[in-house]
Design a protein around this ligand. Sequence first.
Ligand code: NAD
Length: 492
Amino acid sequence: MSLIQHRIGGAEVGGGATAPLHDPATGERTGEVVLGRAADVDAAARAAARAFETWQDVSQARRARIMFAFRDLLERHEDDLARLITAEHGKVLDDARGEIVRGREVVEFACGIPSALKGEYSDQVSSGVDAYSFRQPLGVCAGIVPFNFPVMVPLWMHPIAIACGNTFVLKPSERVPSASALIADLYAEAGLPDGVFNVLNGDRETAGALIRHPDVAAVSFVGSTPAARHVHETATAAGKRVQALGGAKNHAVVLPDADLDHAADQITSAAYGSAGQRCMAISVVVAVGESADPLVARLADRARAVTVGPGTDPGSDMGPLISADALRRVTGHVDAAAAAGAKIVVDGRGRRPGPGHFLGPCLLDDVATDLPAYTEEIFGPVLLVLRAADLDEAIALVNANPYGNGTAIFTSSGEAARRYQRAVHVGMVGVNVPIPVPMAFYSFGGWKASLFGDTHVHGPEGVRFYTRAKAVTTRWPEPRTASGGLAFPTAT
Ligand code: NAD
């Protein structure tokens, strides 16, 4: 049985209340995680504030070198991290490795922070006067993250915050805390000074205290929409800068001219990968015109072929849900939709390859749009099929949905794809790509109820979020000249 503690100022700190950890594939208790209370929150924020006093002055070159070392350690420990993810989340090991690779790409972006932080300069804006602007770190930044990507979602935040010169307090999900403890070890091994990256374990009470702490300047949140909305309101009321990413209901629109086999393969992977527990999972297919019946037949064949089993089994395509509660909630949506007249084309409800929280892929057709299965985020391996007469009707359907995280269109028409990408009120759009998660050098974020705040995460918007601009106007009537040694100059 493991006991996961905080990592504050470079030291393991524990004590006080704990919450149990479980293996979702067996339902067995595997350890405990400490739940940070007011004194722990204060200790973490203060440690980060102390570290900021010196870290903000460390050169960009040195910060980038630490990121390079951290990036290599992430690669070397990919299997260790993947095993920790699978043990607590349940996703299959290949999927866990995939999230580590995508998270590592953000560290690769952070390795180039000197480029991203380059400012602006205007010569001779007035006689003998020059003007320039540059960006400075904010101070202590907090990250509060969900269970579904224990490594990738935190990596959207802390490498950029730290490379920009901030210090960081990460509050992992209380259901999957172990990977963050290893991340703290890897940062230390990479040479990051104590207190620059801290891990504060806990629940929503811990998160609430962290958000309100006077030493915290900015909050990055990723989680469900009600929590994201609440965090955005609380943090802005407390005067913090905040970006709060919420839940999703992602639609894939399939036009009759699409390659239906390709579309069915891609949608199956995006709907059932990670047991549907991805904010970018496709949970609704909008089949346009005569694509509907042949598409449903193809999706059904593929859903039935998905192998459900423990994430550690190389033969499994899909692991269990995170908890017994999640299994009950997701199954409840399928039960209620069936009772209200939806057609259960593929029923995953009896597929229990083990004692854990397993549910097989479910495919539902003829779903009324006022059913909770459609109006709420299910966050499980349940794919709904809706039908639309034409592209305009499909666009209207997607835009009427309160969420706007991701969407995809499958078509062979460039004109239709272009019309769709311009008309949908969604932050991330895929054309024949089912999970359009932007690369690390772009920014990730949804619209509407999928994001509260102004900036998206990572990429250029991440750099803007974790820094503030300063504009300087200078006049130097008597210029001086600097002199140095003769050695070829290098950054120090
Ligand atoms: P959750 O909202 O229950 O918890 C997320 C984190 O917030 C956890 O660390 C939790 O301890 C904390 N928390 C919960 N309630 C809080 C509150 N009222 N105040 C402050 N902190 C609070 O989410 P979850 O179940 O862990 O994750 C699944 C959800 O996350 C889904 O809705 C999914 O769509 C969403 N998600 C969104 C994105 C995105 O990029 N938009 C990415 C991943 C996950």
